[in-house]
Ligand binder design. Structure first.
Ligand SMILES: C[S@@+](CC[C@H](N)C(=O)[O-])C[C@H]1O[C@@H](n2cnc3c(N)ncnc32)[C@H](O)[C@@H]1O
Length: 222
């Protein structure tokens, strides 16, 4: 685990502007499609890997589903705890690295890793994906957001491995972090142990068409 990256995330979580309470609409659709209408939802648990300050834990918990969240930034986890407590909601919260999840095998009905597993190099991403596979039940479903090579961040820093950059630019507040981007072949290879349900590329512009964001949105079953 890079202490520098962890410190940067702790600093980021101290800034209130990074504490959104609004869930991403793809995550809302995923949670509703798989869990909200399930009569047994109170006995289902969804893990949010890299939960940050907990906007998706809030979504899960307020819909009557058991929520578990982990993040290696303790500031984010504390913030998530405070937000949930203020809303009289509960989640099982843990500080850990996504490469070593402190959970038993096959315990989660659902998992999210939304904008998380690309922080680091490809080996770490692979470890995170195999941990996700390990903790998910055989009937489990997962939703991930990763970054494609078309994203504006690609090439902004020093390429330290193929498609992996140490960010030297701060236009996305990620200076000093390492980010791993994926092309389609790499994406298919990384998830070969799962039955992939859908893989979508979501391209959208920000800042008057000057910044192209390019996300892989992947829904998986085991
Ligand atoms: C872009 S934020 C996304 C937060 C949250 N998933 C959301 O959608 O609001 C990335 C999160 O990943 C966490 N993170 C980065 N690397 C991590 C690692 N190796 N293990 C656990 N969490 C990590 C960061 O601390 C941060 O909270």
């Amino acid at each position: 685990m890079s202490n520098l990256m962890q410190q940067k995330w702790n600093d980021t979580h101290l800034d209130p502007k990074f504490r959104s309470l609004y869930p991403h609409d793809s995550v809302v659709r995923f949670v509703f499609r798989h869990f909200v209408r399930d009569a047994d939802k109170h006995n289902k648990t969804v893990l949010d890997i890299g939960c940050g300050s907990g906007r998706h834990l809030k979504l899960v918990a307020e819909n009557g589903i058991q929520a578990a969240g982990c993040d290696y930034a303790s500031v984010g986890v504390q913030e998530a705890g405070k937000i949930l407590e203020g809303l009289t909601l509960k989640a099982d919260l843990t500080v850990c690295d996504f490469t070593q999840l402190p959970y038993a095998d096959q315990v989660f009905d659902g998992a999210l890793a939304w904008g998380v597993l690309y922080y680091g190099n490809k080996t770490r991403m692979q470890q995170g994906i195999s941990e996700l596979h390990r903790v998910l039940k055989t009937t489990g479903v997962a939703l991930l957001l990763l970054k494609s090579c078309e994203d504006l961040r690609y090439g902004l820093g020093r390429e330290i491995e193929k498609n992996t950059f140490f960010m030297e630019d701060n236009q996305t507040n990620e200076q000093g972090m390492t980010l791993c981007f994926l092309d389609e072949n790499e994406l298919r290879d990384l998830f070969k142990d799962f039955s992939v349900v859908t893989m979508n590329k979501n391209n959208y512009y920000a800042n008057n068409l000057s910044q192209l964001h390019s996300d892989w949105i992947i829904e998986l079953t085991k």
